[in-house]
Structure formats: structure tokens, C-alpha cells
Design a protein around this ligand. Structure first.
Ligand SMILES: N[C@@H](CCC(=O)N[C@@H](CS)C(=O)NCC(=O)O)C(=O)O
Length: 395
């Protein structure tokens, strides 16, 4: 049954307004959002526009298949534009930092490249926009970036109030603290040991809220902390090195990264051993665009499935026989029952991801192993090795 005319007209109008939002003046990602001037940005919680198509009444179709092509998906906008605009930190050691030539390097940066390889067949077709933690949600809501791969923790408020949706967790993290060994801190230190300390972090993060809450929960014997927040984590680390901060705190991965690049393994202690929070980090995009969400999510899943099966950028061509490897045949587009075309991608979209960027483990090993972050024994291990990295089946 076709939708009544009024709903079809509404859908067209909504599609156009979504496109206008996504293609606004700043959609070239020229860095306005990164400048922090916030001009173009509406308050993040006014992003509700995008939710309206979901209110459309069910049309009563009872067919087995559904039409997955939705009006106004960001996917088409990116394909027409020919470049993916990806919001990253730009100061997240191991996750996204510019190299001396200005190339964005890291785990999150490669996740952006993987999305570009899937959507555009070209992992280099990415424009990176460096965003501080405080800027990121406004930039996303305003359409300055298509998505975030920016050490962003999936939380209830960000998933609801802030107008975002989250993809699969790509790195299971947790908040820790770092202090100087010379000040008596060790890996066995606890939050109780930072009584009276100047504790520093970056603003607009779960981190600043968690530490304030943890200090309050220490109880009556705990005198309190002085919490100082900075715009970005480079400033936080500089203040720690300068001695202005006794303790710095953020996602454990960030602390391990900063300690490694400052060659301070013996001088800076990270604690407590069990983090004070859960920080599931992953992609975030504007809410209620199911087609775009599917593409971002299945890009991550394809990288995980490849890893589960030992398929790498180097050996993928050995796994294209769809008779022998039916799931991989579907996923990489060599089987006739491939599912990528129905998602608005080319059949070989995920083949491009693996050949151009690598599987999950290759990306992890490239950027995080050198910092001392290992998957084995951590939540980021494969599910069949006791970790939480898991993908649904490609069927
Ligand atoms: N995961 C937390 C913290 C994110 C965060 O800002 N992490 C720091 C340290 S890993 C970072 O990315 N710093 C880079 C910067 O400040 O630009 C959140 O989503 O609020």
C-alpha cells in the first residue's frame, strides 16, 4: 500500500531539510567547528528535526522485504560530495594525531578511512576536522562533520538528549588517574590517595563528571580535590609536566599514550588498577538515519569478522571463494548473495575496507600496540578469547 500523498510530501520536505542541514555552509568541513566559534551550531539538543521521519505512521505494508532506501540519508550526500568529513580529536595519542606532514594518524583516524573506503571506495577520501571534546557534539549536530570517531564514550544522555546515535564500541576503555612516582603514586594507588590534590582534565568530557563524582563518593574523611579543566588534553599534559597539576585523568588509553610518548614509564603511575568508570568508545552520528548508521556499523563489523577469520589486508584474496567461505563471500562481494548493494554500497565495499585499511586487529596493532596497549587479556580481545570484540553474522 502506498503512503498517503500528504505523508509523501512531508517526507520529501523533511528529506530536503535534512539535506540542507547536511549541506549547509560549513559542510565543507573548513574547520569552523574546530575554531570553536560555534557560529553555525545550533544547541545540540535542538537536533530533534532529524527525529521526525520516525514519527511517520506505519503504512501497513506486510511484505517480507522492506525498502531500505530512505529519503535524505547522509550516505547519498557523502557519495555526491565524494569525501567523508570525519570529526576526530587531533590530540588523542594513538587515536588521532597529525604527523609532521599533516596526515592524521591513529586508530580513530583509520576508522574514518575505513568508512570512506566503504562509502567511496577510497580510504583517502576523508577530510579530518579536529574537535575539542567540548566542540564535538555541536559540530556533529550542525552538520559540520558527518560523524565522530573521537574517543567518544557512549552514554545515555549523548544517545538521547544530545541527538546522537552510536555505532559498535571500537575500544572498551575506562577512566584512570596518573600521578608522579616521585610524589608517592604507584599502580596500587587509589582515588582516596588524591585527597587535597589539583586534578586536571579536559572540559566537556565524561571524565570531568566522573572524577567529581568519585571524589564526592570517597566520604567524610576525604577533604576533596581541586578540579581544573582545560580545553584540550595537550594543555592538560603540559600543565602536568610543568607541575601545575598533581594528577591528570582521562580514558586509560589516553594516559598510557601520553606516558609512552613522554618516555615516562618509570616516572608516571597510572591507577587505580580497576578504572573508575566504563568508557565504551566508538563512532557517533546524528540520530535517526538508519541507512547511514548501518553503513558505519557494518564497516566496523566487517573489520571484526575479517579478524575473527584471520583475513587480513595481505591475504584477503585467498578467501574470496564463496563456495568455500560463504560468509566471507557475502561480506566481500564475491558471492552472489552479497548484501552490500541493498545498503547503498558497491558489492566489494568491505573488500575495499580490508585491503585499503586492514582488519580490526591490524588497525589496533598499528596504532595501539606501540603504546603498550595490548588486546590479549583486555576487554578488547576477540570474544572467543575472552574479550568483548564481537560482530553479528554477515547473513
Ligand atoms: N571518552 C571521554 C573523554 C574523551 C577525551 O577528550 N579524551 C581525551 C584523552 S584520550 C582526548 O581525546 N584528548 C584529546 C583532546 O583533548 O583533544 C568522553 O567521551 O568524554
Amino acid at each position: 500500500m502506498r503512503k498517503p500523498l500528504v505523508w509523501r510530501l512531508l517526507a520529501v520536505l523533511l528529506g530536503l531539510s535534512l539535506l540542507a542541514a547536511a549541506c549547509g555552509d560549513d559542510s565543507s568541513g573548513d574547520g569552523d567547528a574546530a575554531d570553536g566559534d560555534g557560529d553555525a551550531a545550533e544547541p545540540a539538543d535542538e537536533d530533534g528535526d532529524a527525529a521526525e521521519p520516525a514519527d511517520e505512521p506505519a503504512d501497513g505494508d506486510s511484505e517480507d522485504t522492506v525498502d531500505v532506501t530512505q529519503g535524505g540519508s547522509l550516505l547519498q550526500t557523502i557519495q555526491d560530495r565524494g569525501v567523508l568529513i570525519c570529526g576526530v580529536s587531533g590530540a588523542g595519542t594513538g587515536f588521532s594525531v597529525p604527523d609532521p606532514d599533516g596526515n592524521m594518524v591513529g586508530f580513530d583516524a583509520d576508522m574514518c578511512r575505513a568508512n570512506a573506503a566503504a562509502i567511496l571506495g577510497d580510504s583517502t577520501a576523508v577530510e579530518f576536522v579536529a574537535l575539542t571534546a567540548a566542540e564535538r557534539f555541536t559540530a556533529l549536530a550542525a552538520g559540520d562533520v558527518d560523524l565522530l570517531h573521537r574517543n567518544t564514550t557512549w552514554t545515555q544522555s549523548r544517545d538521547t538528549d544530545v541527538g546522537g546515535d552510536f555505532g559498535p564500541t571500537t575500544f572498551f576503555d575506562g577512566q584512570q588517574l596518573m600521578g608522579r612516582v616521585a610524589d608517592g603514586f604507584s599502580a596500587d594507588s587509589r582515588v582516596a590517595d588524591v585527597d587535597g590534590a589539583v586534578v586536571c582534565t579536559n572540559a566537556g568530557t565524561t571524565t570531568e563528571k566522573n572524577i567529581a563524582e568519585a571524589a564526592r563518593l570517597e566520604g567524610a574523611d576525604f577533604g576533596g580535590i581541586t578540579l581544573n579543566t582545560f580545553e584540550d588534553f595537550n594543555q592538560v599534559t603540559d600543565a602536568f609536566i610543568a607541575g601545575t597539576c598533581d594528577i591528570i585523568t582521562t580514558d586509560g588509553s589516553g594516559l598510557v599514550g601520553r606516558r609512552a610518548v613522554n618516555d615516562a614509564l618509570d616516572d608516571w603511575a597510572i591507577f587505580p588498577a580497576t578504572p573508575i568508570s566504563k568508557e565504551p568508545l566508538g563512532p557517533m552520528y546524528r540520530q535517526n538515519d538508519s541507512q547511514f548508521a548501518d553503513v558505519v556499523n557494518w564497516t566496523v563489523y566487517a573489520m571484526i569478522i575479517a579478524d575473527e577469520n584471520g583475513v587480513t589486508s595481505q591475504n584477503i584474496d585467498d578467501f574470496l571463494d564463496a563456495e568455500e567461505y560463504p560468509e566471507l563471500g557475502r561480506l566481500f562481494g564475491s558471492g552472489e548473495d552479497e548484501l552490500q548493494s541493498a545498503m547503498g554500497l558497491t558489492p566489494d565495499a568491505f573488500y575495499q575496507v580490508i585491503t585499503q585499511v586492514g582488519n580490526y586487529d591490524e588497525v589496533y596493532a598499528r596504532h595501539l600496540n606501540p603504546l603498550g596497549l595490548v588486546r590479549e587479556g583486555s576487554a578488547n580481545a576477540r570474544w572467543y578469547e575472552g574479550g568483548l570484540i564481537y560482530a553479528p553474522p554477515a547473513r
